[in-house]
Design a protein around this ligand. Structure first.
Ligand SMILES: NC(=O)c1ccc[n+]([C@@H]2O[C@H](COP(=O)([O-])OP(=O)(O)OC[C@H]3O[C@@H](n4cnc5c(N)ncnc54)[C@H](OP(=O)(O)O)[C@@H]3O)[C@@H](O)[C@H]2O)c1
Length: 229
């Protein structure tokens, strides 16, 4: 049975992925920001283990993990957590830049560093949920897009480095997907939010599972998912 370490399993795309993997009986290690979220997600996903650490403080993740039991086996590491804060360059503060870069880029690098020994041993898979903003940047999206462009660079370098160890690396680039993050984006854009206009998180989950379940003769490097309506 495969063991998956998942960030962002408490909401949106991450929750959809966790539900699918839980339903088919795989072992889950759910990364959560604090003990309160750990309790909630353990209740939602019976049998799942949790790993606590705030992605907004990547410098402290190593210390946080040193006080917890890390899984011996990791078949996949699914980086799905993320944050967004829109603003023009003349408005975005260093605090907003740091927060988005820490959660969306530095923390995934640090988590990957921690789990690479287990991933190599299992000839595992690292999936980064990126964004359309990781491929092109538009007005008001500079900090988020920079974090996601950086995340693609991390994935591409990691793929080359880990190929010899049999570790597969995939970047999934969804377009606008319904959920709390998209509701916030609409609020910051001053637009009405209609979730039915955007991708269902279940559809993004389907693409992520397809990447994971692909036979070992093939690896999806980059996958773009756009709203179909
Ligand atoms: N929604 C979109 O339109 C869209 C489009 C393209 C790409 N994406 C990307 O897809 C991924 C998932 O997006 P989503 O729509 O599912 O977002 P979401 O519903 O807002 O969920 C974000 C998840 O990230 C977790 N998280 C945020 N900050 C954290 C921190 N400091 N420490 C630990 N966990 C933290 C949240 O934890 P809590 O549950 O505790 O709040 C939540 O589970 C993100 O990487 C996002 O950038 C989203």
């Amino acid at each position: 049975m495969a063991t998956h370490v998942i960030t962002g399993a408490g909401s949106g795309i991450g929750a959809a992925v966790a539900r699918r993997l839980h339903a088919r009986g795989d072992d889950l290690v759910l990364h959560v920001r604090d003990a309160g979220r750990a309790k909630e997600l353990t209740a939602e996903f019976p049998g799942a283990k949790t790993l606590v650490g705030d992605l907004a403080e990547p410098d402290r993740l190593s210390w946080a993990f040193s006080h917890q039991t890390l899984p011996d086996r990791v078949d996949s590491l699914l980086h799905i957590a993320g944050v967004v804060d829109l603003g023009r360059v003349d408005e975005l503060t260093p605090k907003s830049w740091h927060h988005q870069l820490d959660v969306n880029l530095v923390a995934p690098a640090e988590l990957t560093r921690h789990f690479l020994p287990q991933l190599r041993a299992a000839r595992g898979h690292v999936v980064f949920v990126n964004s359309g903003a990781g491929l092109s940047a538009h007005a008001q999206w500079s900090a988020y897009a920079a974090s996601k462009h950086g995340l693609k660079a991390l994935a591409d370098a990691l793929r080359e480095e880990e190929h010899a160890h049999g570790v597969r690396v995939t970047s999934v680039h969804p377009g606008r997907t319904a959920g709390p993050m998209q509701a916030k984006v609409h609020q910051q854009e001053g637009k009405a939010y209609d979730p039915s206009q955007w991708i269902d998180p279940e559809s993004v989950a389907t693409t992520i599972l397809m990447c994971l379940d692909l036979p070992r003769d093939a690896e999806v490097n980059d996958l773009t998912v756009r709203p179909g309506r």
